[in-house]
Design a protein around this ligand. Sequence first.
Ligand SMILES: Cc1cc2nc3c(=O)[nH]c(=O)nc-3n(C[C@H](O)[C@H](O)[C@H](O)COP(=O)(O)OP(=O)(O)OC[C@H]3O[C@@H](n4cnc5c(N)ncnc54)[C@H](O)[C@@H]3O)c2cc1C
Length: 371
Amino acid sequence: MNKKIVIVGAGAAGIGMGVTLVELGIRDFLILEQKEIGHSFKNWPQETRFITPSFSSNGFGMPDLNAISVDTSPAYTLGKERLSGKDYAEYLELVAKEYHLPIFTNSSVNHVKKVKEQYILETDLGEIIADYLIFAVGEYSFPKHSFAGSEHALHYSEIDTWKQVTGNEQVVIGGNESGIDAALNLAKLGKKVSVYTNTTGLTAKEADPSIRLAPITRQRFMEFKETNQGEIKVYQKVCIANIQPNSEGYEIQTTDGRSIFSKNRPLLCTGFMNGAAILAPHLFDTTSGKFVLNAIDESTISNNAFLIGPSVRNQGVIFCYIYKFRQRFAIIAEAIAQRENVPINQTRLAYYKQQAFYLDDCANCTVDCQC
Ligand SMILES: Cc1cc2nc3c(=O)[nH]c(=O)nc-3n(C[C@H](O)[C@H](O)[C@H](O)COP(=O)(O)OP(=O)(O)OC[C@H]3O[C@@H](n4cnc5c(N)ncnc54)[C@H](O)[C@@H]3O)c2cc1C
């Protein structure tokens, strides 16, 4: 099968990109999803809620923060402000249906190679040849195991419900969004929680919520402290080097030679990797640990291969939230249309710009709040 454009992944980014292509008048594409639409969201712990609130502010130049298409709003569709993963997956399914997106589910892309100017994809559907490849494989399916023995810990992404974690005491490794969320959920169940972390967004001074802990997580933490009903201790500047199981439990070694004992299996909240670096490492320059992209989020070493979603970094801006990375879809669509010499719906493009769904100049994006 030959397709002009293939999007890999039907999560927030893949669906948002698909809607943008349709709305701007580009139809020769398909989306391949290894499982189901919104698979990552369906796998969140049951108790997890969005940290960015949803509100139907569309129409005032401020679309719902969690909308992945300009005229939709999960707040309106679901009547909720704080969405669960299952809620959001439902929203994505509805958007995909509304825009008749050409999606093949249960269709994993297993290998990608570039031959001349085309991409040959080995997929569960057979070989697919594409001129443009847009990676939207996300991070949640690719948990980060960054030190020796970390496989002995339970990763946040393996949690279905916090009720499945047994024992009265729990060690959490990592103290940012997922680590503090885990600690709060576990403490609420009556456990004594110790968080060991190199850095924590709890004390970060930066205003950008991509670095600082989100207001809702901070608020939950403060409210928990005020009620004094459980125990969360946060140990900062601790870097874990190794986890070794023994007959008593787990010995956790730090890089400065200390040893921490945990009777129960430690919980790993050290984040995720982007799957594009695993699926197609040869197509991107990631030697710095980040994807090197040009001004339109295209690989600097493979023409017509793009990255979308939370791992995009451009002009010093971290695009890790939906309200940030959705502003890059139209830029890619516009670039592809120009290369293919096909007309783009200019009225719609102007509307995207008006509704803050198009960000090409990040000069004013530094989140530097004075108060
Ligand atoms: C606990 C938690 C809370 C969060 N809260 C917020 C929040 O409040 N607000 C916010 O803006 N962001 C939040 N995020 C981040 C947000 O979830 C991600 O930014 C978003 O999911 C990224 O979208 P994506 O489409 O890039 O990735 P995903 O949603 O992960 O989608 C990627 C898709 O690609 C598929 N895939 C992977 N590999 C292949 C393959 N080889 N072939 C085919 N398909 C493949 C996967 O199955 C998946 O469906 C949160 C994340 C977590 C973990």
